[in-house]
Design a protein around this ligand. Sequence first.
Ligand SMILES: Cc1cc2nc3c(=O)[nH]c(=O)nc-3n(C[C@H](O)[C@H](O)[C@H](O)COP(=O)(O)O)c2cc1C
Length: 210
Amino acid sequence: MSKLMTPLCHALGITIPVIAAPISASPEFVAAVSNVGGLGVIQATWLSSEELRKAIAEVRSRTDRPFGVNFILSLTVEQGHANLDAALEEGVPVVSTFWGDPAPVIERIHSAGAMAIHTVGSAEEARRVVDLGVNAVVAQGVEAGGHVCGEVSTLVLVPTVVDAVPDTHVIAAGGIADGRGLAAVLALGAEAAWVGTRLLLARECNIHPA
Ligand SMILES: Cc1cc2nc3c(=O)[nH]c(=O)nc-3n(C[C@H](O)[C@H](O)[C@H](O)COP(=O)(O)O)c2cc1C
């Protein structure tokens, strides 16, 4: 058993407090993260419902550990909730959302028995989405790669979010690239690190070689 088990690890059923950001829809990558005890998350924003169901099935063929799906809400407006419905019908245990209001989807996520995680860039936003019912927040610092929502750096943001939502699991994102970064955000009160850029270099991640 990992010595780094946190309350969030128990809630998610993982053994290492590391979550791979949704940087890829590669089932091989997502399953590899879950297989070593972290949580892999499928990037589902740019998949059709059919592709998403296929990706979920492929992840399941490679791991029996928990994993999640991620939706950038403001970019999935046109497709409605078709992909979310697909993920929930397939029994995905964790749904992560970003960029947009999670209010319309939280109840559906919970009704399906899944955990709702939303990414925030400020303590105020964290308080708001926790009051809406999300189970965990990702506190994303401005140094994060890819899609970013806030203006505060990770080192400053994480403790303010921890203080704003003291009874909620807080996950830290932005600039975490090794064990020292993980130790630092755990010391700040986060219960896991959410890692993106560093994992682009993973062999299993299907990004362009350049
Ligand atoms: C290539 C890339 C793609 C990303 N795509 C998404 C996405 O689709 N949805 C999302 O919620 N976050 C996305 N992010 C942001 C990550 O979830 C995360 O907040 C960020 O990578 C953390 O900072 P780091 O890159 O310094 O580890 C992306 C990040 C990268 C680097």
